[in-house]
Design a protein around this ligand. Structure first.
Ligand SMILES: CC(=O)SCCNC(=O)CCNC(=O)[C@H](O)C(C)(C)COP(=O)(O)OP(=O)(O)OC[C@H]1O[C@@H](n2cnc3c(N)ncnc32)[C@H](O)[C@@H]1OP(=O)(O)O
Ligand SMILES: O=C([O-])CC(=O)C(=O)O
Ligand SMILES: [Mg+2]
Length: 290
C-alpha cells in the first residue's frame, strides 16, 4: 500500500520548482508537460524535466510525469523521451480505455528497448471528460500498471459545460462514480485540486467532502496546500485511540469466542474491525504510532 495523501503538481518548465520538488513533504510530485506549460514551451519543458530526472535524487518521493494527451501532437515524443528516464509513473490526462491501451503498448516497447523489466513504469489515469467518467472501469482494466485514478475537475466542468464552483456539487456524480469503481477494482482515487491557493478554509472543506466520499488523497498545486490536505487525510489522535481500543477489545472478545461485541455502547463486528486495521495501517505509515 502506497500513501498518496498529496500529489503536488508543478510546471515542467520551471527549473526552480523541479529543483526543490521533494522538499515540501508531498507524498508524490508531478512534473507537468501538459496544461501548465504553454504551447511554445513544450520542448523546453521536456528538456528541463529530463535534466532534473538525470541529476536530482528525489529519494522516496514518488516522481510522476504528466504527458500531453494522446490526441495532441506532443504525446508520442513525451512518452518516448520520458519513459526512458524511468519515472515512477506516467500520468495520462484525458484518460480513456483506448488511450491507456496505446500507452501500455508504447511503455512495453520502450521498456524492452531499454532493458527495464516490463511493467516497471506505472500509470496514473487522470479522468476529466464525461466519456472518461463513464468508461473508468474499462480504463482501469486496460492496463495492470494503473495505480490510481485522479479526478480532473477543471476539464470535466468544461466538458460538461457547467460552472466550476467552490462547493463542487457539479462533481458529485463523477466523484462517487470514480470512487466506487476504484474501490471495486482495489485501487485508490485521488481528488481534483482546489485552485484558490489562498483559501485554506475552502481547501479544508473541499478535502473533507471528498474524503467522506472515499477519496484517499488530493492533488495539490501549491506547497502551501500540503499541510491542510495531510491533516484531513491523516487519522486523528482520537481515531487512532479508538482503533487501538477496538483491536484490544477484539482480542478479549476472541478469547470468549465472541465475533460481535459492544464498545462504548456501540456494536463492533468484522467491518468495524477492518476499518480499525486500516486506520492503524495509515497511522503507522505516517509515523503516528509508537
Ligand atoms: C487544472 C490543472 O491542470 S492543475 C495542474 C497544473 N497546474 C500546475 O502545475 C500549477 C502549479 N502551481 C503553480 O504554478 C503556482 O503555485 C501558482 C501559479 C498556482 C501560484 O503561484 P504563486 O502565487 O507564485 O505561488 P506562491 O507565491 O505561493 O509561491 C511561493 C513559493 O512556492 C513555490 N511554488 C509555488 N507553486 C509550486 C509548486 N506547485 N511546486 C513547487 N513549488 C511551488 C514558488 O516557486 C515560490 O518559491 P520561492 O519562494 O522560492 O520563489
Ligand atoms: O490534473 C489536475 O490536477 C487537474 C486537471 O487537469 C483538471 O482539473 O482539468
Ligand atoms: Mg485537466
Amino acid at each position: 500500500m502506497k500513501l498518496r495523501r498529496t500529489m503536488l503538481f508543478m510546471p515542467g518548465n520551471n527549473p526552480g520548482m523541479l529543483q526543490t520538488a521533494d522538499t515540501f513533504g508531498a507524498d508524490s510530485v508531478i512534473f507537468d508537460l501538459e496544461d501548465a506549460v504553454a504551447l511554445t514551451e513544450k520542448d523546453a519543458a521536456r528538456i528541463l524535466v529530463a535534466e532534473a530526472m538525470k541529476t536530482i535524487n528525489y529519494g522516496d518521493t514518488e516522481v510522476v510525469i504528466r504527458i500531453n494527451p494522446l490526441s495532441s501532437p506532443f504525446a508520442m515524443i513525451d512518452i518516448d523521451t520520458m519513459a526512458r528516464l524511468k519515472p515512477d509513473a506516467i500520468l495520462l490526462p484525458k484518460a480513456t480505455p483506448e488511450d491507456v491501451e496505446v500507452l501500455e503498448k508504447e511503455l512495453e516497447r520502450i521498456e524492452m528497448e531499454e532493458g527495464f523489466e516490463v511493467g516497471t513504469i506505472k500509470v496514473h489515469a487522470l479522468v476529466e471528460t464525461a466519456y472518461g467518467v463513464e468508461t473508468v472501469y474499462e480504463t482501469i482494466k486496460s492496463s495492470n500498471r494503473i495505480q490510481t485514478v485522479l479526478l480532473g475537475g477543471e476539464d470535466l466542468a468544461a466538458d460538461l459545460a457547467v460552472k466550476r464552483t467552490k462547493e463542487s456539487e457539479e462533481l458529485f456524480y463523477a466523484r462517487t462514480k470514480i470512487v466506487n469503481v476504484c474501490k471495486a477494482l482495489k485501487i485508490d482515487a485521488i481528488d481534483t485540486p482546489f485552485t484558490d491557493t489562498n483559501d485554506y478554509e475552502g481547501l479544508e472543506a473541499d478535502s473533507r467532502k471528498a474524503k467522506m466520499l472515499g477519496f484517499s488523497g488530493k492533488l495539490a498545486i501549491n506547497p502551501r496546500q500540503i499541510d491542510t490536505i495531510h491533516e484531513v487525510y491523516s487519522p486523528t489522535k482520537q481515531e487512532i485511540n479508538h482503533a487501538l481500543r477496538v483491536m484490544a477489545a477484539k482480542e478479549d472478545a476472541e478469547k470468549e469466542g465472541l465475533g460481535v461485541f459492544s464498545l462504548d455502547g456501540k456494536m463492533v463486528d468484522l467491518p468495524i474491525i477492518n476499518r480499525a486495521i486500516k486506520t492503524l495501517e495509515i497511522a503507522e505509515m505516517i509515523g503516528l504510532l509508537d
